[in-house]
Write a protein that binds this ligand. Structure first.
Ligand SMILES: NC(=O)C1=CN([C@@H]2O[C@H](COP(=O)(O)OP(=O)(O)OC[C@H]3O[C@@H](n4cnc5c(N)ncnc54)[C@H](OP(=O)(O)O)[C@@H]3O)[C@@H](O)[C@H]2O)C=CC1
Ligand SMILES: CC[C@](O)(C(C)=O)C(=O)O
Length: 331
């Protein structure tokens, strides 16, 4: 896999370009602030509302999406994936000029054919591998969140240099930038967030919590054991892999980890993961998500409400309230 660092990228490749960041949410805000602090010319495209107020407060010039797109050489689309195609067709596409660059932080809309840009523009991806708030926080601390780049269309012959310059602008080359394809990024990202990082992890934690509470243990004990301590264990895995974590835990914990863990994630879990991956690869998940949005998200809203009402959430608020380090954090 091709890897890039600071010396492989040149901010000069974007020196004469105006970048319109469309959207000012998690990624939009983090990326726009970092790009501006890296000396690049950034404007914001939005609809009136909360994000518009936030971007103005942060000192950006904010325009409606059509105007910002028409003023820019590089248009980075950081709207929710499910809304991108509609906004692109109505407000971005009519304002693109030959030689412009259209960018994404997730390959979703290009890979699944929801957006098909004209052949006269570059189409690239710079996808930070972390939440937007961390993209900003780590940059201000002098580091960077790693990112993936991909080139879908290279109309100008400079698409890769532009992707690398942008990645440098948001701080990613301070960590590492890997080159991939829109397909690989989209499918692995969706799989990761569904099966492991978000879906798999919350389901695992909730199942552990329910098992302890149903067996009569105090909910506060269950919370500390299966949720709070997760972060401490994950920090060790993040720093040095499973080996560093296993060096740090007791021998008893390690024996239990090695012998009992595979019983929890047994053949049925592997089969479920295969099924989830297949639904991503054959477009079934994307069809479900896009149709869900067309009918105002009945399933999403019901499941989200059930999640918010689960006992683990109220117990969590209570237990975090007992610890000084959580007092300044808003839930
Ligand atoms: N969240 C993350 O950390 C990551 C996200 N990504 C990708 O980044 C992209 C952006 O995601 P994310 O940052 O989570 O998005 P958010 O939901 O955090 O932010 C979306 C932004 O788009 C604005 N917006 C929504 N609808 C419209 C509209 N019709 N016209 C104009 N502006 C609108 C919102 O403004 P308003 O206040 O008006 O609603 C908001 O500023 C996606 O492609 C996602 O897959 C990739 C890696 C990680
Ligand atoms: C894990 C969720 C994520 O894929 C991310 C922060 O990288 C997302 O799309 O938000």
């Amino acid at each position: 896999m091709q890897k890039y660092y600071e010396s492989d990228a040149n901010l000069g490749d974007l020196a004469n370009s105006r970048i319109a960041v469309i959207g000012y949410g998690s990624q939009g805000r983090g990326q726009a602030l970092n790009l501006r602090d890296s000396g690049l010319d950034v404007i914001i495209g939005l609809r009136p509302g909360k994000s518009w107020e936030n971007a103005s407060k942060d000192g950006f010039e904010v325009f409606d999406v059509a105007t910002a797109s028409g003023m820019a050489d590089v248009v980075m689309i950081l709207l929710p994936d499910e809304l991108q195609a509609g906004v692109y067709r109505a407000q971005i596409m009519p304002n693109l000029s030959e030689g412009n660059c259209v960018m994404f932080s997730h390959g979703f809309n290009i890979h699944y054919g929801q957006i098909v840009p004209p052949p006269t523009v570059d189409v690239i991806m710079v996808a930070p591998k972390g939440p937007g708030h961390m993209v900003r926080r780590v940059y201000t601390e002098g580091g960077g969140v790693p990112a993936l780049i991909a080139v879908h269309q290279d109309a100008t012959g400079k698409a890769r240099q532009i992707a690398l310059a942008y990645a440098k602008g948001i701080g990613a080359t301070r960590a590492v930038v890997l080159e991939t394809s829109f397909q690989e990024e989209t499918e692995t990202d969706l799989f990761g967030e569904q099966a492991v990082l978000c879906g798999g992890m919350t389901s695992l934690i909730q199942a552990g919590f329910e098992t302890l509470v149903d067996a009569g243990y105090a909910p506060e004990m269950a919370y500390l054991e299966v949720l709070h301590e997760c972060k401490l264990i994950i920090d060790l895995i993040y720093e040095g892999g499973f080996s560093k974590m296993r060096d740090s835990i007791s021998n008893t914990a390690e024996f239990g980890d090695l012998t009992r863990g595979p019983r929890v994630i047994g053949p049925e879990a592997y089969a479920a993961m295969d099924e989830i991956l297949t639904e991503i690869q054959n477009g079934e998940f994307t069809r479900e998500w896009m149709l869900e949005n067309q009918v105002n998200r009945p399933v999403y809203n019901a499941l989200k409400r059930q999640g918010e009402e689960h006992m683990i959430e109220s117990v969590g608020r209570e237990v975090r309230g007992l610890m000084p380090q959580f007092r300044d954090l808003t839930d």
